[in-house]
Design a protein around this ligand. Structure first.
Ligand SMILES: C[S@@+](CC[C@H](N)C(=O)[O-])C[C@H]1O[C@@H](n2cnc3c(N)ncnc32)[C@H](O)[C@@H]1O
Length: 206
């Protein structure tokens, strides 16, 4: 692609991302000069992407695919990004292409659909992913069956789930998530708080 054409595509993409219907301008892609409101520095101190090398990774509620891109750059064999927002996924695809990445597939699936599990299973093509990212999605208030989704992720991850909570200080406490993981019989390592010390971050080994 010519430099001039790339610059023009980038300008249009930045504009589009600022106008997304849900979670506009959420994630950063410094390589492309795309600025988002999430402070991701702390989170990526905890999310050790070296676990992704040669693995299949699923990014649940991927948004523009920031974590998907980082997993790919760390050598993931295949990455599947899933989000309900078609306009967000369209922008994620454009970002992927501008970065010249071919090993991420993004898909529109709504976790609130009755058959979301069948749709996601189809994407796996009989290979259960080793790693899942479930970052700042569990307590999204519009989710109808957050525990059903979490159960699906647990049952469809072979090795590790990276889990980030939300940032409501009165709800998203260490104890809240410890109780949640106990309910699912999970061993979770608490790694610290991301997003200006508000979001608890865990590594769950299966
Ligand atoms: C708070 S953002 C977190 C994005 C990303 N995981 C991160 O932490 O940078 C929540 C994401 O989940 C997606 N999401 C929310 N409800 C969803 C649903 N019912 N089905 C699929 N994706 C959903 C949103 O579109 C949004 O991109």
């Amino acid at each position: 692609m010519l430099e001039k054409e790339k610059k023009q595509r980038l300008r249009q993409l930045r504009r589009k991302i600022r106008r997304l219907k849900w979670f506009p301008a959420y994630q950063n892609f410094s390589e492309l000069g795309i600025k988002g409101r999430r402070n991701d520095e702390q989170r990526y101190r905890y999310l050790d992407f070296s676990h992704c090398k040669d693995k299949i990774v699923v990014d649940y509620g991927c948004n523009l695919g920031q974590a998907s891109v980082k997993a790919t750059q760390a050598g993931a064999r295949k990455v599947i990004g899933i989000d309900s927002q078609a306009d967000t996924i369209q922008s994620a695809l454009e970002i992927r292409d501008l970065l010249g990445i071919s090993t991420i597939n993004y898909h529109v699936v709504d976790f609130n659909e009755k058959d979301f599990n069948k749709k996601i299973k189809q994407l796996f093509q009989d290979e259960i992913p080793e790693i899942s990212f479930f970052l700042s999605v569990y307590r999204t208030k519009e989710l109808k069956d957050r525990d059903g989704l979490f159960r699906f992720i647990i049952q469809n991850t072979k090795e590790i789930i990276f889990f980030e909570g939300h940032s409501e200080r009165s709800i998203d406490t260490f104890e809240y998530y410890t109780d949640l993981f106990l309910k699912f019989n999970l061993n979770a390592d608490f790694l610290g708080y991301s997003q200006k010390d508000t979001r608890p971050f865990f590594l769950i080994r299966l």
